[in-house]
Structures are given as structure tokens and as C-alpha cells.
Design a protein around this ligand. Structure first.
Ligand code: 1GP
Length: 228
């Protein structure tokens, strides 16, 4: 298994959305580097375990992006923990994390845990609303968060989250120039191979989500252009 720093393309599957066995087979066998399981609402232990067991029929690495404490379950390769750097509510930066560590810290395998510094830039997204993110940022703000992730907090991942909308290329380009050690994840609005190729020029890893449920063929087509 590649380490997450080497991933160029990942799919994000939402446990709260239906996916047929055939579609899931295609996603897992697409050649993508990994599948992330995560979503903003309706994520439960039941739908998380169900999706995990279905993905585990395949060899693709599988990550749980933790959205709530109740749906954490063993069996994933990695646990990605978002900390929303531009949230207005400390719960989404460190608060829920402290609560989880206080309660379950003794059970955590720290080697499997990877912190993502999220910067959510689509104010209309569910993720922005839920996490009370101050998402109307100018480019300098975003670059400051990226530098903060790399130089102040030394986070392993900086995740530029456009969830549901395609990002601004100049900003993505600029973010890529300020990150060296921190991996740069880009997610949002990728709907075809051209968009995937474009963002993959600058981000270390692109995340493809919603299009899986809208146009599976288009989703699958995003893998090859990135992975070659
Ligand atoms: C969502 O960044 C991911 O968390 C992917 O975004 O669903 O818009 O592809 P989309």
C-alpha cells in the first residue's frame, strides 16, 4: 500500500448515500489510490460499517474521515481527522477532538491517525454550514491558513475544500507553491477528466466525491488522467 503522501487520486464515498454493488466494484477497482469514507450528515455506525465491509472485498486502501465520534469503527487503514482551520467554533478546530481523546484516547492507534487542516471555501456547502466556517475568504487568507498548516502546526495534510463547487485555479496554484512538507488535498466539483487533470497539476491529491452518484462513468474517467 502506498502511504497517503503518495496518493494522487482518491474517491470519497458518503455512507449516507446509496451505491449499487456494481458501482462500488467499479470505484474500488478503478485504479484510484484510496477510498475515503466520510460525509457531512447522516453518518452512523451502521452505514459506516456496512460500507467498510463492502469496500473490504477489494484491496484498495480505505480511510475513515471522522465526522462524528459515534461512527468510529476499527478496520480502516487510516483515520483522517479534520480540524477546520477557518471555523468560528472551536469545537470544530480542537473541541470535539479533545472530547474524543479524553474518552477514547487509550484505544487510539496514533500511527493510523492523520490530521487534516481543512480550509472550507464554499460558503454554501453543508460542510461550511455545519462547521460554522468563515468561508468568504480572500486568497491571502487562504494562503495564510496553508502556511499556518505547514509551518506553525506542521500538519500532514492541508485540505482545500470547495465541496460541491469547482475551485479557482489561480488560488489552487498559489496554495501549491506555499506547501512543501504538508500534503495538499484539493476537493470540490470535479466532474470530468479535464477538471481532474487541471487540479492534479497543482494539488498533491485530488478528491472526487459527488460525481460518483451523478455520473459514474465520468467519475471513473478522472482516475486515468491523473494516474496515467
Ligand atoms: C467533498 O472534497 C470532497 O468533501 C469532494 O467534493 O463532492 O464536490 O466532488 P465533491
Amino acid at each position: 500500500m502506498f502511504e497517503y503522501q503518495e496518493w494522487k487520486h482518491v474517491f470519497k464515498l458518503d455512507p449516507n448515500k446509496e451505491i449499487t454493488p456494481e458501482a462500488l466494484d467499479q470505484i474500488c477497482e478503478s485504479g484510484t489510490d484510496a477510498v475515503i469514507v466520510g460525509g457531512s450528515d447522516g453518518v452512523t455506525i451502521e452505514n459506516t460499517v456496512d460500507l467498510l465491509s463492502r469496500i473490504r472485498k477489494h484491496t484498495v486502501p480505505c480511510v475513515l474521515e471522522i465526522s462524528n465520534i459515534e461512527s468510529i469503527t476499527p478496520g480502516f487503514d487510516y483515520y483522517f481527522v479534520p480540524s477546520v482551520l477557518n471555523s468560528q467554533n472551536p469545537d470544530w478546530i480542537v473541541g470535539l477532538h479533545k472530547k474524543a481523546i479524553k474518552e477514547y484516547g487509550h484505544l487510539i492507534n496514533w500511527d493510523e491517525l492523520v490530521t487534516e487542516g481543512y480550509c472550507i471555501v464554499n460558503p454554501d456547502s453543508k460542510a461550511a454550514k455545519l462547521s460554522e466556517a468563515e468561508a468568504d475568504l480572500d486568497n491571502e487568507d487562504v494562503l495564510a491558513y496553508a502556511k499556518m498548516a505547514e509551518h506553525m502546526f506542521r500538519l500532514p495534510i492541508f485540505y482545500l475544500e470547495y465541496s460541491g463547487t469547482y475551485g479557482e485555479l489561480d488560488l489552487v496554484k498559489d496554495v501549491s507553491t506555499v506547501l512543501n512538507k504538508t500534503s495538499f488535498f484539493y476537493g470540490g466539483g470535479i466532474k470530468d477528466k479535464e477538471q481532474a487533470r487541471t487540479m492534479a497539476q497543482f494539488a498533491d491529491t485530488i478528491v472526487v466525491g459527488n460525481i460518483i452518484y451523478e455520473d459514474l462513468e465520468a467519475a471513473i474517467s478522472t482516475v486515468k488522467v491523473v494516474k496515467g
